[in-house]
Write a protein that binds this ligand. Structure first.
Ligand SMILES: [Zn+2]
Length: 132
């Protein structure tokens, strides 16, 4: 005999169709609302990290192409685990946070560059920053 199925929301035994997952609409709605709230919370947390990272890069670079000590980023609580995407320049992968790209040029130095457009050609400043 199969084990008694329980409601995914309230965990009370459920009866009826074999594919039934909830007691009723209230339990189904409650369950899906809680899943959505958890997802929203995760997205809010990640978005907050990304925004803080972008603000740090923008503040330290003042929007220009700069090179700064990595220690400065660390002290600003930059979170190196999160970026929005990466882009390859001269076979080097630059992490990008929205429109701010950075790249570790050495163990001590980080290059920061604002990316104004996704259409960056090989003659753009970002390329030249890495190959002065
Ligand atoms: Zn239920």
């Amino acid at each position: 005999m199969p084990t008694q199925k329980v409601c995914l929301d309230c965990e009370q035994p459920i009866y009826g169709r074999s594919d039934k997952k909830f007691c009723d609409d209230n339990c189904r709605n409650n369950f899906h609302n809680q899943v959505k709230q958890a997802e929203d919370k995760t997205l809010r947390q990640i978005n907050a990290i990304l925004k803080r990272n972008r603000n740090i890069l923008l503040r330290l670079s003042k929007g220009d192409a700069v090179e700064i000590p990595i220690q400065t980023l660390i002290e600003a609580n930059f979170n190196f685990h999160f970026c929005t995407h990466t882009k390859s320049f001269n076979k080097q992968s630059w992490p990008i946070v929205y429109d701010m790209a950075y790249y570790a040029k050495s163990k001590e130095t980080i290059a920061i560059q604002r990316v104004v457009s996704e259409k960056i050609s090989s003659t753009d400043k970002l390329w030249n920053l890495y190959n002065p």
